[in-house]
Structure formats: structure tokens, C-alpha cells
Design a protein. Structure first.
Length: 572
């Protein structure tokens, strides 16, 4: 051991040292460890390798490379896995309610293994949407030396002369319903849109959170935008393993030294600058909570509202993750935003250097995929927080790609996503309406399902900006159109959304960042006096536990107070 770190200071010694740890060592020997391996630091390597989603099918060989890096740096790697719920396969049915729940299960399960086995450090891979924040939340919660590695995105498909992703398939379903596309063409697109393993190719939640991980300093530099099928990722994974050991040997920086308020603000800035997923704002609030930092959508709004949109990325723009990789990756965006004063360059990263030092050699924006800050697509970020009497605690709207950011019309109320989908399938809604989908929030869903299936149908029917959609549920990072989600307080908690009736006028103003219900206050009070909460749809099981514990969306939809500390009982 070097730099003053001795085996006596390793957490794992509580499982290996002394005569009363004889049975513990016997378990380790049964896994093939000898005296030399048992004497080294124990480093967890967690991934979601498996067959639940293509997003994580690049993890197996990257986890092996990370283990190699740990071993080369003098540690003993201990591989384990955790769950992943595919948003793509869970979409548009009751299974989607387990997606956000899985974020908490991932964080809890990693905490259980890291503390249960007293691992000294952690390398964590993420792939599908909720796996990225789930792993980062666990790292901050456990606060052992940690390095995050994104498994990488899929390559876009090539179809009829253009690049496509799974978003095109979602929206094409709506085109079939309008008669603009036949089913044979839809099948052709289905076969072409996702040609490789990896997460969705656009700036949807997975790629957004991968960029966030680099911007907050907890990820291997250069890892966010490199496609999952690139074999160069093996080198990144080995670097993750050696970095975890380097952090352990030098005594830091640990996750809570990295994930500061400035770092969280950096995460918000890169979401805004790239037109990223609205989910990311909520996940950043949850990551901040793990560090004991009070951070909500109002805080996110202050950062996003001052950050220019410079990434011309899908769904609001034209390009995919691989295109960003080709022009310099996340580092190009980060360096440009540091130079313009929109990102804090002085935060620490897993490299031991500052963020500014880490991206110092990144190329300048190419001008097409990534615009210069002086010539942005929009002067303020691609995601805005709306507030008003309908959503007093905030709601999120992605303005990137919108032609008009103001909408006013009569409400059409649905008590569930399924009811709204049935209406859209039947094409029985009208231009100019504000479609309200309520009782789909963290408690009300429960589980806060995302609604790409619904929003893509609307967009595919050429109604993406002809109607507005407002919900206390979530949207996919692939969602586009006049879609407002995360409405807080949610309907199940008695928020104003619960009081809306068919025909009420709603005004949405993305420029002024307002959302208002134009109903007389006295009438709203009469409705509130008559309102009663709905009985839970899922009275037992994981969804019931989540509903009982979860907080509001504007604070991250978290399930505990945050800032957790853990001790083995004999520590100072």
C-alpha cells in the first residue's frame, strides 16, 4: 500500500482479519481467493449484465475489463450484478410503473452489497435509463472510493437514406394510425432502427445522464458518448478499475467530495445545453439528496434558465450520441461551458484533477453537432421549469425543438395513461386541447410511469404541437412536442391537477415559464372541499412500498431523508 494507506485502514479488514474471521476467509477461499488476494483491497464491480434490455448487453466484457484494471492496480475485484427494468419493453402498460421504482432498488441493492461485504471501493456500470442515477446514488450514499462508467449507447440505424433510432419506430406507429405509413414500412423501420446493443442512440435519458456523470466528475473521462459497441471501451473500463484503486490509495476524492452543489449545478447545465431528458433534473435532485444537499426543481431552473442550448441533438435536434463522440464527446460541451462561465471548472473529479484540467485538451465545438456558445440554438436551455397556480411546485417542459412555446386551450381530463392512450388510438381528441393525464405521479401511479408510447403516438399523428399534454407522470428523454410532466404537487397528493375539469382553460407559456388554470379561485376552493383521494391501485408489493415512502417529484421522488452515514460500530 502507498501514500500512507495501510491494510489496517481498509474497511474490508473487518471481514478478513483475526481468528474470529476464519469462517469469513473460508467463504472467500471457496470463491478461489488465496492469502494474497484476501490481503488486498476488496473492490466491488457492479453492472446490470443480462438479457432484460439491449442497453446493458455491453456490460459483461466491460465489467471484465474493469476487474482487470482493479487487479492490475493491486486490488481484488468482486463482481456482482443488480436489476434493470427496460423502459422500452415496460412502456405503455402497467410494467412501466416499476421503472422509477427500479432506481431505488438499484441504489438500495448496491448499498446492501457494498456495506454488507465491507468493500473498500466500487466501480459501477450503468446502461438503461434508471440504472445510471441508481448507481450514482448508491456511490454517493455509500461514499466509498467510486468510479462510474456508462456502458455506451447503440449506434443509430440507417433507413431510407437517414439515421434513425427507436424513437422513429415509436412515432411511426402513430403514422400508421393516420394512414401515412403502412404496416410493411413500419416493419422495415422496426428491423433497422436499433442495429446494435447499447442504450438509445439519441440525447434521451441514458445519454443525458452519461453526460451528467462526466459533468459532475464521477465518471471516467471520455466515456459518455463513445458507443457501447466500440472496443475502445475496454480501455475505459480498465481505467475505471485503476482509478478506483488510485482513489483508494491516495485517500480521495470520495463521492461526497465530488458531488457538491457546484457539481449538481454542472449536471443541470449540461442537460440544458444539450436539450437533454427532463428526467435528468429529477435524478439530479435525487443524487443531491444522497449527499445531503437540498436541491429541487427551483434550483435546477436557476441553472437551466441561464444556460444556452448548444447541442443539436435528437429528439429536438438532428444528431445522435455517436455524432457527439466524433466531434469530441462530452468534454467538448463541458470545456465550452467552462470557458463561457456556465459550468464550474474547479470541481474535483475521479481523476484527482479539476474538471477544467480534465477537459483542457478537448476540441472546440464543431459548429454543427455542437454550436459555439456565442451562436447557440437558444439563448437559454432546452428544458424549463413551469410554475403557476396549476403546478405551484413546478413542472418540466422540454422547449428544445418546439416551434411555439405558448399554448392555451380547454382541458381534456384522463384519470390514467391507459385512458389517454385509448383516446389517442381512436383519434377522438381535438386540435387545441390540453390533454391532462393525472394520478400517474410517484404516489398516484404509483411509480410515475413515463409516457413515450403516448407522446410518440400523438407526434406520429402530426399532433405533437397541435395539442398539449400535461401529467404528474414522467416523459421519456425521447419525448418531444408540447409535453409537460412531473407536475407538482401530484394529483394523488391533492395538488391542483386533481381539481381540473373538462373544458377548463389552461395557459402554458414556455417563455415566461408559467402554467395556469384559468378558473375562479372560489370555484377551485369548492372543488377542493369536495375532493377525496382515490384508493391505492396497488395496495401491496413493491409499488405499495414505494408509494408509502416516496416524496414529491420536484425534490427527486426520493424514498429517504438523504445524507446517510454508515459505520461498522468501531470507527471514530
Amino acid at each position: 500500500m502507498s501514500n500512507g494507506t495501510s491494510t489496517r485502514k481498509l474497511r474490508s479488514r473487518i471481514t478478513t482479519d483475526g481468528i474470529d474471521r476464519t469462517p469469513h476467509r473460508a467463504f472467500m477461499r471457496a470463491m478461489g481467493l488465496d492469502d494474497a488476494a484476501i490481503a488486498k483491497p476488496m473492490v466491488g464491480v457492479v453492472s446490470m449484465k443480462g438479457e432484460t434490455t439491449p442497453c446493458n448487453m455491453t456490460h459483461a466484457w466491460q465489467a471484465e475489463a474493469a476487474k482487470q484494471g482493479v487487479a492490475e492496480a493491486g486490488g481484488t475485484p468482486r463482481e456482482f450484478t443488480t436489476v434493470a427494468v427496460s423502459d422500452g419493453i415496460g412502456m405503455n402498460h402497467e410494467g412501466m410503473k416499476f421503472s422509477l421504482v427500479s432506481r431505488e432498488i438499484i441504489a438500495d441493492s448496491i448499498e446492501a452489497v457494498v456495506h454488507g461485504h465491507a468493500y473498500d471501493a466500487l466501480v459501477g456500470l450503468g446502461g438503461c435509463d434508471k440504472t445510471l442515477p441508481g448507481v450514482i446514488m448508491a456511490m454517493v450514499r455509500c461514499d466509498v472510493p467510486s468510479v462510474f462508467l456508462y456502458g455506451g449507447s447503440a449506434l443509430p440505424g440507417r433507413w431510407r437514406g437517414r439515421d434513425v433510432s427507436v424513437l422513429d419506430a415509436y412515432e411511426a406507429v402513430g403514422a400508421v394510425m393516420t394512414g401515412e405509413m403502412d404496416e410493411a414500412t413500419l416493419r422495415e423501420l422496426e428491423m433497422a432502427c436499433k442495429p446494435t446493443a447499447g442504450a438509445c442512440a439519441g440525447q434521451f435519458t441514458a445519454n443525458t445522464m452519461a453526460m451528467v456523470a462526466e459533468a459532475i466528475g464521477i465518471a471516467v473521462p471520455g466515456s459518455a458518448m463513445m458507443p457501447g459497441v466500440h472496443t475502445a471501451r475496454a480501455g475505459l473500463a480498465r481505467r475505471a478499475g485503476t482509478l478506483a484503486m488510485e482513489i483508494l490509495m491516495r485517500g480521495g476524492p470520495r463521492p461526497r467530495e465530488i458531488v457538491t452543489r457546484k457539481a449538481i449545478e454542472n449536471g443541470c447545465a449540461i442537460v440544458a445545453a444539450t436539450g437533454g431528458s427532463t428526467n435528468a433534473a429529477m435524478h439530479l435532485c435525487a443524487i443531491a439528496n444522497e449527499a445531503g444537499i437540498a436541491f429541487d426543481l427551483d434550483d435546477a431552473e436557476r441553472v437551466m434558465g441561464r444556460t444556452p442550448l448548444i447541442g443539436n441533438l435528437r429528439p429536438g435536434g438532428a444528431f445522435h450520441a455517436v455524432d457527439v463522440h466524433r466531434v469530441g464527446g462530452a468534454a467538448t460541451v463541458i470545456r465550452a461551458l467552462i470557458q463561457s462561465g456556465h459550468i464550474h471548472g474547479d470541481i474535483l473529479t475521479v481523476t484527482g484533477r479539476t474538471l477544467a484540467e480534465t477537459v483542457a485538451d478537448a476540441p472546440a465545438p464543431d459548429g454543427t453537432v455542437i454550436r459555439p456558445v456565442e451562436n447557440p440554438i437558444l439563448p437559454t436551455g432546452g428544458v424549463v421549469v413551469l410554475k403557476g397556480n396549476l403546478c405551484p411546485d413546478g413542472a418540466l417542459l422540454k422547449v428544445a425543438g418546439l416551434k411555439q412555446v405558448v399554448f392555451e386551450g380547454p382541458a381534456r381530463v384522463f384519470e390514467s395513461e391507459a385512458d389517454a392512450v385509448a383516446c389517442v388510438h381512436a383519434r377522438s381528441y381535438r386540435e387545441g386541447e390540453v390533454l391532462i393525464v393525472r394520478h400517474e405521479g410517484p404516489k398516484g401511479g404509483p411509480g410515475m410511469p413515463e409516457m413515450l408510447g403516448l407522446t410518440a403516438l400523438i407526434y406520429g399523428q402530426k399532433m405533437g404541437e397541435a395539442v398539449a399534454l400535461l401529467t404528474d407522470g414522467r416523459f421519456s428523454g425521447a419525448t418531444r412536442g408540447m409535453c409537460i410532466g412531473y407536475a407538482s404537487p401530484e394529483a394523488a397528493a391533492g395538488g391542483p391537477l386533481a381539481l381540473v375539469r373538462d373544458g377548463d382553460t389552461i395557459r402554458i407559456d414556455g417563455a415566461a415559464r408559467t402554467i395556469d388554470l384559468k378558473v375562479d379561485p372560489a370555484e377551485l376552493e369548492r372543488r377542493r372541499a369536495a375532493w377525496t383521494p382515490r384508493p391505492p391501485k396497488h395496495p401491496s408489493g413493491a409499488l405499495a412500498k414505494f408509494a408509502a415512502l416516496v416524496g414529491p417529484a420536484n425534490k427527486g421522488a426520493v424514498t429517504h431523508a438523504g445524507g446517510a452515514r454508515f459505520s461498522y460500530g468501531d470507527e471514530a
